[in-house]
Design a protein around this ligand. Sequence first.
Ligand code: SAM
Ligand code: SF4
Length: 325
Amino acid sequence: MLIDKYNREIDYLRISVTQRCNFRCQYCMPEKPFEWTPKEDLLTYEEMFKFIKISIDNGIKKIRITGGEPLVRDDLYKLIEMISSYKHDIDLALTTNGYLLKQQIPKLKKAGLKRVNISIDSLEKETFGYLTKKDVLSKVLEGIDLAINSGIKVKLNSVILKNINENEIINLYNFAKNKNIQIRYIEYMENENAYSNLKTLSSKEILKTIKNITNIKEVDSKVNSAAKIYEDEDGYCFGIIEPYDDSFCKTCNRIRLSANGDLIPCLYYEDSSNIKNSLEDDKKIVNIIKEVIAKRPEKNKWSYSNKLEKVEKEISSRAFYFTGG
Ligand code: SAM
Ligand code: SF4
């Protein structure tokens, strides 16, 4: 079992399989980064799998494949297959922008993928194009339906931004509710790679809007879920991810592996240790995992910024397309 110094059990590994992406979301990768990691520095699937096996043997129970956009690697099903044949009951999930799901969903399902979170911030063609710099809303909608019909468990992720898509909270809500899938609204996390004019809508403001159409109550969220879960008067459940709230870090159970092998203790801070050159030695890998877990901070600074207004404003330099979010 892996436990950090704040007594949080770490049983969740997120793997960013690529930094590349076919979208340019304003809050993540609005411009193509000046430099990508050279190909020779990236982990191969075999190297990722070696690390994954050791992680599972040491207490990891849930794995999420993310990116960049993970489906730009059209052989992703091979990695999914490797993981699920090593441990068929592992909680194995994917986060994607949905654009390439149509081509890949049958192979991913066959390979053992159990759950997929699809990011969609707008149901309006223009806003979708403005936010992502890609005019492909209809493809993403098609991907969502195909994923649902395949029997894979689907959730939606929506980052809500002031003056951009805040008017769509209810549309997105009804869209997800009608399809009987959970939507999780995400507060925008400021970072140096995003456009600087973006402003998040707070969870309070999101809840206030939803309360205009239904009564809601908070329900007991799954321990260690990043989202607070609410239930409406029809029993439909939705979530809100609140990085600006203390509870986000209190229940954080995850470490992150980047496509170049950086093992990252926290989404906010620059800290990491690279595993690529230690993969020949299982003991070294276990030590790196333990070292990284020992370095996990108590909290990110998004939560500080809520309370300590006078503290000099500091912005995370971590890129979401690098850490995988
Ligand atoms: N490309 C995939 C996607 O968009 O779903 C996977 C990678 S993306 C980095 C993972 C998640 O992080 C997405 O749901 C995205 O909306 C979210 N995300 C990215 N940048 C963010 C930010 N600055 N604040 C909050 N969420 C962010
Ligand atoms: Fe790409 Fe996902 Fe980042 Fe958007 S949020 S730019 S889809 S990695």
